[in-house]
Design a protein around this ligand. Structure first.
Ligand code: BGC
Length: 247
């Protein structure tokens, strides 16, 4: 399936829609994951993961992606979740990777490397595509190495919501107060108390209908959450990749 150059238009025609497979890639601060999805977004086969290289320069990450792909069956198109601001396939920030990502044409480079259409979006946006109901105001936050955020209105993404580095309390950002490094430093109990404060603040700021909490560290939540708030599995950071090809 990867033999000929294909355009997004070629592969989205209804006649061959059923056969279209998407390789979903999730570039994270600590791990890079891939899984193959069928046209409905259902996984075909197992998720594969390798550690994020250090330093996580574009070349090193592209190399890790090549290694992960070598173990996968063929695919028609690729969705990538990236831990920073992404616009038109270009990465603009990557606080937890490397400075060399600023201005890196990730979609273009991967298209050349893999010879198929590639779409790149912020990792929290992709989690959101996997989690939301598509009705009303829905906020998504992800708790992992970084602090991800995504906002949807009736299923439409509000682009580039970046709460991570915005001041939260005590002159520190959401990510400084609630990122993995801090969790490891301050312990679960204190981290949960801070998270409660963050949730109170976000509820009043966004007045959302629903809140979804994803990311690898969501498993440490011990708070009693209100009925409009759901913890979602981290694998949605891959499964949501199908959402990039929806419209
Ligand atoms: C980045 C976000 C990202 C989040 C989770 C933050 O440091 O600024 O864009 O979504 O980490 O990876």
């Amino acid at each position: 399936m990867l033999t000929a150059q294909k355009s997004a238009a070629d592969i989205q025609t209804p006649a061959n829609q059923q056969l279209v497979t998407t390789l979903a890639i999730d570039i994270g601060g600590s791990g890079i994951k891939v899984i193959l999805l069928d046209s409905e977004g259902t996984p075909i086969g197992e998720r594969a993961r390798l550690k994020t290289p250090s330093p996580a320069t574009p070349d090193a990450v592209m190399d890790t992606i090549s290694k992960l792909i070598a173990g996968q069956p063929s695919f028609d198109r690729v969705s990538v979740g990236f831990p920073g601001v992404v616009r038109n396939g270009i990465t603009y920030t990557a606080v937890n990777l490397d400075k060399a990502w600023v201005g890196y044409p990730l979609a273009e480079r991967l298209t050349q490397q893999l010879n198929c259409p590639v779409k790149v979006a912020n990792d929290a946006d992709i989690q959101g595509f996997g989690a939301i109901s598509g009705k009303g105001v829905e906020l998504v936050i992800t708790l992992g190495t970084g602090f991800g955020s995504a906002l949807f209105v009736d299923g439409h993404l509000v682009p580039n919501l970046e709460m991570a580095h915005h001041r939260f309390r005590k002159n520190e950002s959401y990510e400084e107060q609630l990122g993995r490094a801090t969790l490891e430093k301050i312990g679960k109990e204190k981290w949960n108390r801070r998270l409660q404060k963050a949730l109170n603040s976000l509820e009043h700021l966004f007045n959302y209908d629903r809140l979804y909490i994803g990311g690898g560290e969501a498993k440490n939540i011990t708070l009693k959450l209100p009925s409009n708030t759901t913890i979602v599995p981290n694998v949605l950071g891959l499964l949501g990749g199908i959402g990039l090809w929806g419209e």
